[in-house]
Design a protein around this ligand. Structure first.
Ligand SMILES: NC(=O)c1ccc[n+]([C@@H]2O[C@H](COP(=O)([O-])OP(=O)(O)OC[C@H]3O[C@@H](n4cnc5c(N)ncnc54)[C@H](O)[C@@H]3O)[C@@H](O)[C@H]2O)c1
Length: 247
């Protein structure tokens, strides 16, 4: 479905991004894995290449405009079809105890990075036949998840950035959508809630479907929103949450 398409996935050294990059490559895309973690990013690409897939790693600090510009310039070779803005972090310090530095780190990683990569990607996508941007938001862009106010605020920003991109760039045949996962079983989740099976089971019960999401669940939704099968869908927020926000 993505034969010869150039796809950039940020935060692709781990979790949702790693799975998404791998799925795109399995669908014959030329994938660019971008991450600040050089060791894990290079290992992901080495694994993909061992499986005969087409991928390169570009070490990128997504909070830096110079790095984002370099990523997109390196990636494109004159062509960029899909940008997946996935990288993100969670800091769960209560708001009244959160330092200015923690706030800035969250906003820079979760929201500014998406502005910077989109800005440079759009310059290549405008004038091409079509393009797709998929942002990884969260159910916390739709409802306030308790105890992570600053994270929720960044994801609210991702939601409106997505809708604004959709509206402003539809005339250029560029679509922008986001996915809104509830808790997904990734290294981020191991850090935030711990790796204890009973805690994970309790969290899983918050979803009517009764399990945590997997990186595959989210990657499937991202590939759909990047594909021509969703050609009339833009500005949408697709929940991948086992029914969490349906209650
Ligand atoms: N895991 C969940 O439960 C969940 C739920 C909803 C939304 N999300 C969102 O999904 C996205 C991916 O999360 P995940 O669970 O796969 O996390 P993860 O921690 O497994 O992976 C995140 C990746 O982003 C990279 N990264 C962080 N800061 C970076 C920077 N400045 N520059 C470049 N790369 C950077 C990390 O190195 C890591 O490889 C995030 O945006 C997160 O907010 C996750």
């Amino acid at each position: 479905m993505f034969k010869d398409r150039v796809v950039v996935v940020t935060g692709a050294a781990s979790g949702i991004g790693k799975q998404t990059a791998t799925e795109f490559a399995r669908q014959a895309a030329q994938v660019v894995v971008a991450d600040i973690d050089e060791r894990r990013g290079a290992a992901v690409v080495a694994d993909m290449r061992n499986d005969g897939l087409d991928a390169v790693f570009v070490r990128t600090d997504l909070t830096s405009e110079a790095d984002c510009a370099h990523l997109i310039a390196t990636a494109t070779f004159g062509r960029l079809d899909v940008l997946v803005n996935n990288a993100g972090i969670e800091i769960s310090t209560p708001l009244h105890e959160m330092s200015e530095q923690e706030w800035d780190r969250l906003v820079d990683t979760n929201l500014k990075s998406m502005f910077l990569c989109s800005k440079h990607a759009l310059r290549h996508m405008v004038g091409a036949t079509n393009g797709a941007i998929v942002n990884v938001c969260s159910v916390s862009g739709l409802v306030a998840w308790p105890g992570i106010a600053a994270y929720n605020a960044t994801k609210g920003g991702v939601m409106m950035l997505t809708k604004s991109l959709a509206v402003d760039y539809a005339p250029y045949n560029i679509r922008a959508n986001c996915v809104c996962p509830s808790i997904i079983d990734t290294p981020m989740t191991d850090t935030s809630i711990g790796n204890d099976a009973s805690v994970k089971e309790a969290k899983a019960k918050l979803n009517p479907i009764g399990r945590l999401g997997t990186p595959e669940d989210v990657a499937n939704a991202i590939l759909f929103l990047a594909s021509e099968k969703s050609s009339f869908i833009t500005g949408a927020a697709l929940t991948v949450d086992g029914g969490y926000t349906a209650i």
